[in-house]
Design a protein around this ligand. Sequence first.
Ligand SMILES: *[C@@H]1O[C@H](CO)[C@@H](O)[C@H](O)[C@H]1NC(C)=O
Ligand SMILES: *[C@@H]1O[C@H](CO)[C@@H](O)[C@H](O)[C@H]1NC(C)=O
Length: 487
Amino acid sequence: MRLEKFISLFILIAIGVGSTTATTTLNYKDALSKSLVFFEAQRSGKLPHIPNLSWRASSGLNHGSQENVDLTGGYYDAGDNVKFGLPMAFTTTMLAWSVIEFGKKMGHDLHNARDAVKWGSDYLLKASCHLPNALYVQVGNPNDDHKCWMRAEDVKTPPPVYKVTPSNPGSDVAGETAAALAAASIVFRGIDPQYSKKLVNAAVKAFTFADKYRGNYSDSLSSAVCPFYCSYSGFQDELLWAAAWLHKATKNPTYLNYAKSLGCNADSDTFSWDNKYPGARVLLTKEYLLEKNQRASEFRDHAERFMCSVLPGSPSMSVKYTLGGLLYKMTGSNLQYVTTSTFLMLVYSKYLLVSKQTFKCGDMSVDHHLLRQVAKKQVDYILGVNPKGMSYMVGYSSNFPRRIHHRDSSIPSTNILSGALSCDAGFQYLHSSGPNPNVLTGAVVGGPDENDNFADDRENYAQSEPATYINAPLVGTLAYMAASVQH
Ligand SMILES: *[C@@H]1O[C@H](CO)[C@@H](O)[C@H](O)[C@H]1NC(C)=O
Ligand SMILES: *[C@@H]1O[C@H](CO)[C@@H](O)[C@H](O)[C@H]1NC(C)=O
């Protein structure tokens, strides 16, 4: 015990020394490439052979079969084997927004980023093709799934599927689906106009359904979605978000009128798979600042109040920062709030730069430099410039989480243990103290606690579980950082 403590202290000191030099050697380009490899590993459905991911194989080829619908494909949200529609659609929207803002800076990673968007949008097209009768919003029951520790490849019984319908509506999940399809249509407009058109048409259908049949999906789906991805913020934010993206995709003024008609709902310092208000307002303010659309001017104050609520030193700051400098909102998966906030700061920095604008938080002046500087500090913290000298992106640098809460990463692959493992047989790997046998390259985990401590413990899922919506906004952020440090 004592010796172990001594050794870990020694390691800490060694890393502490190393982390001062890390500032100059962060490789954002490498981190960007890796952040996209993660999306390949989260894929469900028929997988092509991927050299870097020989431990993943096709899975879920019977998804939807019991209802005679094709729900194969899409992404597992995190470390389990459930496909949750609300976070999957949000992930797709944020990947698309990353490409729309920063795709030109991605170099050869642009191709992989578009593929990541398409893996999401292809699935959302299948899930929405039965509208206006039904939108499929989930494959798998999390309560049952969480009783097992299994490889996705070993799940053979078709998991239950969930849908929202006119009599059991879900304006939250339908609104986010509309946003994702509309955002993806912009990504593919120039490269595959037919596919892009298909996406816009599906987005309009999903939006119409969300608007016409109003309700929270948690009310009809209850324990299948709550407390996992319960719509705590309601659905008004998704209606605004969907209208903002449809306006961007179609330029049809109806959608801007709709967004304006929703009125001024409360400001929020949280941008997440649940709450879309800050993102919607920043996106609508882009139209005002960059496209000079005066009719979108009312969203600017909201967008800037969000910035003021997360900027250190701002009199209206309502989030916390750790001593090590990390934006800290909540115990569970805190890094998701870091990556979403950082993304909004960087896009807003870009809008201010291009429109030659600044704004104020009380007496504090904010310009594009300041937003960029704050965002960069957060990204650097994630990649290792932090008190533990640890990269919270798996596979980046040499000190990263080894015991992440992820079934396929923690169980030896089918290449090694070829027979199917039962529901219970996997738990020995959850409880093992050894490192995961399969490195989930590019995954960003939930992250450290409010004292900058990180357990690297598979059972501490609040800290050690990765999620697609932590990574998605980081893709755009890393593309920006990679391009701007080159000169
Ligand atoms: C993929 O694998 C190749 C060969 O093993 C390796 O050189 C490369 O760095 C890997 N890429 C990533 C992103 O891990
Ligand atoms: C939806 O959920 C929100 C947040 O819990 C709540 O305020 C709202 O009243 C709900 N709407 C409906 C129609 O149930």
